[in-house]
Write a new protein. Structure first.
Length: 486
């Protein structure tokens, strides 16, 4: 029997787990988060092999990737609230078990529709599992100790974003046991089983302390608003941006306004809204969401466009493209750890601003490097190193700053919102940058003469996003609450 931990002397915070149990619990939730993030990015390099094996239309192939993203984004807020109500450990285990089973179904799919359906189930299960990760971390670590744990979360997020395509290339081209592309899904099965076994023994249970009921009308309104925004962003480029895509995105704002009004009314009457609107009173939370939206839009959109540039424009193989991006990927976890554990406590908000400035410099350096016709992997290294350092400095402390002032009782709601904003930003970035990039390449044959100028023009969009994020950091406090000097 595990006894309750003593309260923190300064704040009265009582951690849900301590010592070895807490360390193992942290490993479990981070492992699950890493597994989910890899599945989001690893699929892109395997899509050609999947299409060759399973056949089907190109639209079906696109939905193999998009179905996961859409289902994940739609269910995130609901998944976070369910954790508050029924217990974060319970929802984490439910999501992890469902994600593992869905991964197995993906790996044995024989028809495109089977894989699309299994990917959608994966997305829903991830939406039950992932919001609990940050919420559980908040319940286990006092504010003054939370920085390093959240720093590890940010480091793994950055590593998975960049490393997913590399691992996907290795697994697919390696054809392990003759599985080919199926290995990118089946690898989740043993990992998921290990995570579930450890979670059953070591993961503490927690839920919102006050009685809460699920807001069904809020679920429907929030899901509709996200669907009307994200679906046209996913499909717009392929369809040539018909008028309905813009009508849908504009209409999502009206549904969002109706959702907000419903949440205010629900707060006054029942006291159990889907989203705690009081969270937006915290300067760190509101500012952090805006920076997160802008930064993820710029960086995720950049990754996809740069990969297309390397493979389609320069003719790099999947493996060479992945290895070219390696300098960025190596710098992210290193500097995320340095940022969260050392720089953020000492410098505070400026560490975010330094990171964003470095990413702006990285984009400008890439423009300069690709200005010549002869672009090689070696010539790209300086810009990619700078970009990886900048991303590492941002991803870990940004999350720490955003959630620093959030009460533990609202950890699930805050976590769901943070992840949802991240998904929305990623979708906007991918749609915007890809549309602009392809508009610059037109119908010309692939090659440096066309693709170098197209990339240079497109990179002004992440520069603009990072610059706006840099301005938005001034909405955040100079220091996270638990970094205040004593």
């Amino acid at each position: 029997m595990v006894t309750a931990a003593p309260p923190d002397d300064a704040t009265g915070f009582v951690p849900a787990a301590t010592g070895r149990r807490r360390s193992i619990a942290l490993f479990v939730v981070l492992l699950a988060m890493f597994m989910d993030l890899l599945d989001t990015t690893i699929i892109n390099v395997a899509l050609p092999s999947i299409h060759q094996d399973l056949g089907g239309t190109y639209a079906a192939v696109q939905w193999i990737a998009a179905g996961y993203t859409l289902a994940f984004a739609l269910a995130l807020i609901t998944g976070s609230r369910l954790g508050d109500i029924f217990g974060r450990r319970r929802l984490f285990l439910t999501g992890a078990a469902g994600f593992t089973i869905a991964s197995a179904l993906c790996g044995i799919s024989q028809e495109p529709w089977q894989l699309i359906a299994a990917r959608a189930v994966q997305g829903v299960m991830a939406a039950l599992m992932i919001p609990q990760v940050l919420a559980i971390i908040q319940t286990m670590y006092a504010p003054k100790d939370r920085g390093k744990a959240i720093g590890m979360f940010g480091a793994l997020a950055g590593l998975a974003t960049v490393g997913g395509p590399i691992l996907g290339a290795v697994l697919t081209s390696g054809d392990i046991a003759g599985l080919g592309w199926r290995s990118i899904f089946l690898v989740n099965v043993p990992v998921g089983v290990i995570a579930i076994a450890l979670a059953l023994k070591h993961l503490p249970e927690s839920r919102a302390p006050h009685g809460t009921r699920l807001d069904i009308p809020g679920v429907l309104l929030s899901s509709l608003a996200l669907l009307m925004l994200i679906y046209p962003l996913i499909k717009g480029q392929d369809l040539g941006w018909p008028a309905w895509t813009f009508v849908s995105m504009a209409g999502s704002l009206l549904v969002l306004a109706a959702f907000t009004a419903h949440q205010k009314r629900r707060t006054r009457t029942t006291g159990s809204p889907l989203i705690e609107l009081s969270l937006f009173r915290y300067k760190s939370f509101s500012g952090g969401l805006l920076v997160n939206l802008l930064f993820m839009g710029g960086v995720v959109g950049y990754f996809l466009v740069f990969t297309l540039y390397l493979q389609t424009g320069l003719g790099f193989s999947v493996m060479r493209s992945g290895l070219t991006n390696l300098p960025w990927g190596l710098m992210v976890p290193v500097f995320a750890g340095v940022s969260a554990g050392l720089l953020a406590p000492k410098l505070g908000r400026p560490v975010l601003q330094i990171g964003l400035t470095l990413d702006i410099i990285a984009m400008l350096t890439l423009m300069w490097t690709t200005n010549s016709g002869d672009v090689t992997s070696v010539k790209l290294i300086p810009a990619l190193l700078i970009g990886g350092i900048g991303m590492g400095l941002v991803v870990a402390p940004l999350l720490d700053f955003t959630l620093a002032d959030v009460p533990v009782a609202d950890a699930g709601s805050a976590s769901g919102l943070y992840n949802t904003i991240q998904q929305v930003g990623s979708a906007i970035g991918i749609a915007g940058l890809c549309a602009f990039f392809f508009s610059r390449t037109g119908h010309h044959l692939p090659g440096p003469a066309t693709y170098n100028p197209a990339l240079q023009h497109t990179l002004w969009l992440p520069v603009a996003a990072f610059t706006a994020a840099l301005a938005a950091t001034f909405l955040m406090p100079k220091r996270a609450a638990h970094h205040d000097a004593t």
